[in-house]
Design a protein. Structure first.
Length: 131
């Protein structure tokens, strides 16, 4: 096996480029089964009925994504999220109440009309890639 090592400074620059680039951006919180294969973006874009909350903009600072408050459009149990950037495509992760999840919420039960925000969603590139 071969290995590529990436310096911390390089990963920081790449992360800043990805998340600070001026382009369309969206963070969506969903209910239902988490997609396992996102190579076809239709596995995400076809799930509009499962969207509980959509944040149409976000900020990236100190290696963390944050949003303003946005109202939930539906009620349900949040199970997964997607981050979309025109320069990147989609990132998908799980939602739960423990650190075993990619996005931790105090309560995964979402109520329509209530306001929600994302704070401190960290994104880290690996420093080593083995292939």
């Amino acid at each position: 096996m071969a290995e590529i090592r990436i310096s911390d400074k390089t990963t920081e620059l790449v992360e800043n480029y990805i998340f600070n680039a001026t382009a369309s951006e969206l963070i969506s919180i969903y209910q239902g089964t988490v997609p396992t294969d996102i190579s076809d973006t239709a596995t995400i874009t076809s799930r509009t009925a499962d969207i509980l909350i959509e944040h149409t903009t976000f900020t990236y600072s100190g290696n963390a994504i944050s949003t303003a408050f946005a109202p939930a459009s539906a009620s349900g149990v949040a199970t997964w999220f997607s981050v979309y950037k025109q320069t990147l495509g989609y990132i998908v992760g799980t939602i739960g109440t423990t650190n075993a999840s990619d996005l931790v919420l105090a309560n995964t039960t979402i109520s329509a009309g209530l306001q929600y925000r994302v704070t401190g969603l960290a994104f880290h590139l690996p420093s080593t890639i083995t292939y």
